[in-house]
Design a binder for this molecule. Structure first.
Ligand SMILES: Cc1cc2nc3c(=O)[nH]c(=O)nc-3n(C[C@H](O)[C@H](O)[C@H](O)COP(=O)(O)O)c2cc1C
Length: 292
């Protein structure tokens, strides 16, 4: 090897050492302009009367996430009864509503917040159409919904069946009658599930359950008020815990039933349900959700 080749070899080795050494790499990194990480969460929702839309917008705002509405080709623009009739007819005909193509590229997102109103105990039909069309395998889905009385848990179970290879997280649900409590609850939900940094108010476990007293039954009745679907229910057991500014009750309730005419005729046992009720200081009892 002559001197010139040797010198060139040393020069190359020195250059490589400078370029590859960690300090040089760190310097190189520092010199790179800051690039915002790719957006990883999408808020995707259907809403007929804007309750779910409000929750979607709140989640997107707090997360600074992208947001898109699922739009049926033929909108559900009738009243409550017309919507029920259309759903029943579609079910009879075995059809699901067509939806407009999504603008978002789902493969860009690892986490999808999927929002819907609860219809007939599960997600509204435009979501069923979406779940037929897309493959969410490997993605994390965070369901959120609005409802008259409840349905988050049952919807999440159907979601798991429709997309068995997706990871379904515990979601957030709120009654249409409690939308004013929603922004603060979304804040706590996103913090508790680790999507946003911040203080989470830790709640105690519920106490052991006991048979309801007359006073507790009166709280149940006041919370149910004149909500139609709950009129035929009565509380059996109750547990409770302290929450900020009040008390939360967890009632086990069941359908009220007339005695069987013939005691020899076997009847199905009355359906039980969990009814969550809050009583804030100085306020009337309200139920927050029913889990059937
Ligand atoms: C056809 C239909 C079926 C419904 N079924 C249920 C139900 O099974 N359980 C429930 O709690 N609420 C039910 N609701 C009430 C809606 O879930 C509730 O009003 C929701 O907040 C509407 O959301 P949106 O404003 O985003 O459309 C139903 C409403 C409609 C129109």
């Amino acid at each position: 090897m002559n001197t010139k080749t040797l010198m060139m070899g040393i020069a190359w080795a020195l250059l490589l050492a400078i370029v590859c050494c960690p300090a040089a790499q760190a310097q190189k990194k520092r010199n790179k302009p800051y690039k915002k990480p790719a957006q990883k969460a999408l808020v995707l929702y259907y809403s007929q009367t804007s309750n779910t839309k409000a929750v979607a917008q709140e989640i997107a705002k707090q997360l600074k996430a992208d947001i898109e509405e699922i739009v049926p080709v033929k909108p559900y623009d009738g009243d409550f009864q017309a919507t029920i009739d259309r759903c029943k007819q579609d079910q009879k005909d075995g059809v699901k509503p067509e939806i407009k193509p999504l603008k978002s590229k789902l493969k860009k997102y690892k986490v999808i917040f999927l929002g819907f109103p609860v219809w007939f105990g599960t997600y509204a039909p435009p979501i069923a159409t979406l779940l037929d069309k897309v493959d969410l395998s490997g993605k994390t889905i965070v369901p959120f919904c609005t409802f008259g009385s409840g349905g988050l848990e049952s919807s999440a179970a159907y979601l798991g069946q429709a997309q068995p290879k997706a990871k379904i997280l515990d979601g957030y649900g709120v009654r249409a009658a409690r939308m004013d409590a929603m922004p603060a609850e979304v804040d706590q939900f996103l913090k508790a599930s680790g999507f946003v940094k911040g203080k989470v108010v830790k709640l105690d476990d519920f106490s052991a359950s006991h048979r309801v007293s007359n006073d507790e039954a009166a709280i149940y009745d006041a919370a149910i008020g004149d909500y139609p679907m709950m009129q035929n229910t009565r509380p059996l057991f109750v547990a409770s815990r302290s929450i900020p500014d009040g008390t939360e009750y967890l009632f086990t309730a069941c359908e009220k039933r007339k005695e069987p005419v013939d005691p020899n005729i076997a009847m199905r046992p009355p359906k039980e349900m969990q009814v969550y009720v809050i009583v804030l200081d100085g306020k009337a009892p309200v139920f927050t959700k029913v889990v059937r």
